[in-house]
Design a protein around this ligand. Structure first.
Ligand SMILES: Cc1cc2nc3c(=O)[nH]c(=O)nc-3n(C[C@H](O)[C@H](O)[C@H](O)COP(=O)(O)OP(=O)(O)OC[C@H]3O[C@@H](n4cnc5c(N)ncnc54)[C@H](O)[C@@H]3O)c2cc1C
Length: 538
């Protein structure tokens, strides 16, 4: 029935006055065209909205049916209104490129693609360059982070499939893989979130170039911070170099945007191989061994991130004491532990904000509830600092450009890495990191300070080691904090120094943390341990 209708109507002449609304130029002047011709012409001008005028409404309806059948639902919405036929091309076939935004909630790029497209392809690409070696020789993405990433991608794929869609997974260079897919599948737009640092921006610009050559447009969004880049009360160039000045202005003049909704249904259009999520072994990495002393078990994925958020804030009701406990060292409860999910974008900072605001409305609002948002502002700050200073965050003299001679004593550095400096508080923290991929904020400040101020070793070695091992590695937070501790970043205080003995006395007075990670010292008296700084381990 449909095909006979179609052939009958296809041969029918229609007086169409087609006009490109976008360019206001006539595409086909009032002429008699067959529907095949219409269809072909339509495809040629598929990016411009068209409309045709008809003398009678009925005739317009018949034409609408034929046009819809001829061009298919994928390319345009066809509608009749007041005897006019409107052919409104969609953004058509879109590809959403997932990066450090491995979630479905609060995902602007995905939301926009869904609103503007008839067909969507979702893709995650393991960038082979992220699995090479760092200049210092460490794997660029170590086993803890790689495992978390693999789990996050698997969970995203599962969530997409539960909604009727598919997440394609590829390994290689995203700028080539996406361009190849776009060419082969007639993709017209690629949607993604922008990143803030050079390696990622290089990929974005190479992708833009490759897509441009194919006539494919990019739709780019900013989605990694609590406050949107465009809502800042100052330009990036004018970003204050002192955090407090930034925070005060943002708190006074900017607002956190509302969340984008989580899609309930997703479609998949192309008959294209889904691709396998790589294994750790396939990436040349070994499986991390669980350690009972770890603060908690981190599992990648959006639902796990949301679950941890719910557990921390609502189930365990820990938010109300966050400011008092956040300098802790042992266990899951002293801080939120949301960092790995935030770093991979499994969790949106705006989602965390929303839950904090709900908690404040329903349970209690105090210094602690405020302080979690305060910490998220630090996270924002380092991201904007990366935009402001570009590659200077990686430079030897940092964003301040402050000259300093660094030692390149490899042996001293390696003792620091394995937790054998002889300073028990430092060594306990470094052993925790090596065994679990996580370290508390208090620990990170201390070990970083020890490396740069006590050992005088080049801060970039420490930052690279963290990049390799941290499960929550985030390029801006990591390099921003290292700049800060090394005295070449955003710390207004010159030469801030963390005295490890004093820090251990304050934060580990019973040496529980030290003994936990250096069991060979478990019979030692706490006071003696805290005061020691040149131990020799067996
Ligand atoms: C040398 C050094 C390197 C660091 N490298 C990283 C890194 O690669 N990735 C990372 O996420 N954090 C990094 N941090 C910051 C901080 O140590 C961790 O964010 C925090 O320990 C994670 O635990 P949490 O989620 O329980 O934090 P919470 O105390 O619960 O804080 C909530 C969130 O706020 C953000 N946050 C807290 N403190 C900071 C901070 N100082 N800078 C930026 N964001 C912050 C994090 O997203 C964190 O998840 C680093 C800190 C130092 C001193």
């Amino acid at each position: 029935m449909l095909s006979s209708e179609r052939s009958e109507e296809s041969s029918m002449d229609a007086s169409l006055c087609l006009r490109s609304v976008q360019h206001e130029k006539r595409v086909m002047a009032c002429t008699s065209v067959s529907f095949q011709a219409f269809s072909l012409s339509f495809r040629a001008v598929a990016r411009n909205p068209l409309h045709g005028c008809f003398a009678q409404h009925d005739r317009a309806i018949v034409v609408k049916k034929a046009v819809t059948q001829s061009i298919g639902n994928h390319f345009a919405k066809v509608a009749v209104h007041h005897e006019k036929l409107f052919v409104i091309p969609m953004a058509q076939r879109s590809l959403v490129w997932f990066r450090n935004d491995l979630r479905l909630h609060d995902h602007e790029a995905l939301t926009a693609a869904l609103a503007e497209s008839s067909d969507i392809l979702l893709l995650y690409c393991f960038d082979e360059r992220q699995f090479g070696k760092l200049p210092s020789g460490f794997p660029k993405t170590g086993k803890f982070r790689a495992k978390f990433l693999i789990e996050s991608v698997e969970h995203l794929r599962q969530a997409v499939r539960e909604r009727g869609g598919e997440l394609l997974v590829r390994m290689g260079k995203p700028e080539q893989i996406i361009a190849d897919l776009a060419g082969a599948l007639g993709i017209t737009s690629v949607y993604f979130h922008q990143e803030a640092t050079s390696e990622e921006q290089y990929v974005e610009s190479a992708l833009r170039q490759n897509l441009n050559a194919l006539g494919v447009r990019t739709r780019e969004f900013w989605g990694s911070t609590l406050y949107h880049k465009s809502d800042l009360p100052m330009s990036i160039e004018a970003l204050p170099d002192v955090f407090t000045n930034f925070r005060k202005q943002v708190e006074k003049h900017a607002q956190v945007r509302p969340l984008f909704p989580t899609p309930t249904r997703l479609k998949h259009f192309a008959d294209v191989e889904a691709g396998e999520v790589p294994t750790l072994q396939g990436l040349g990495l070994e499986e991390p061994q669980p350690d009972v002393r770890a603060v908690m078990t981190f599992k990648g994925g959006e639902s796990q991130g949301l679950q941890r958020l719910h557990e921390y804030i609502w189930q365990k009701d820990l938010l109300k004491t966050y400011k008092d406990t956040r300098n802790g060292l042992i266990g899951a409860d002293y801080s939120s532990k949301l960092s790995p999910w935030l770093a991979n974008g499994c969790l949106s900072p705006r989602k965390v904000y929303e839950e904090v605001k709900k908690y404040e409305a329903q349970r209690i609002a105090n210094d602690s509830t405020y302080w979690l948002i305060f910490e998220l502002l630090w996270r924002d700050y380092f991201r904007f600092i990366a935009l402001k200073y570009g590659n200077r965050i990686f430079h030897k003299f940092g964003i301040k450009g402050k000259p300093r001679e660094w030692s390149h004593d490899r042996e001293a550095f390696e003792r620091w890495v394995v937790g054998k400096t002889g300073q028990p508080f430092i060594d306990a923290n470094m052993r925790e990191l090596a065994a679990t991929g996580f370290m508390s904020n208090r620990g990170r400040q201390n070990v970083a300070s020890y490396l740069v101020h006590d050992l005088n070793v080049d801060w970039r070695w420490g930052a690279e080691y963290f990049e390799s091992v941290l499960i929550d590695y985030d390029v801006c937070s990591n390099y921003g904090n290292w700049n800060y501790v090394a005295g070449i970043g955003n710390d207004p205080r010159e030469d801030r120094y963390f005295n490890p003995k004093r820090q251990a006395a304050l934060y580990d007075p019973k040496a529980e943390f030290i003994k936990r990670w250096i069991p060979e010292l478990s019979s030692w008296d706490a006071k003696r341990l805290i005061e020691a700084d040149s131990l020799e381990y067996t």
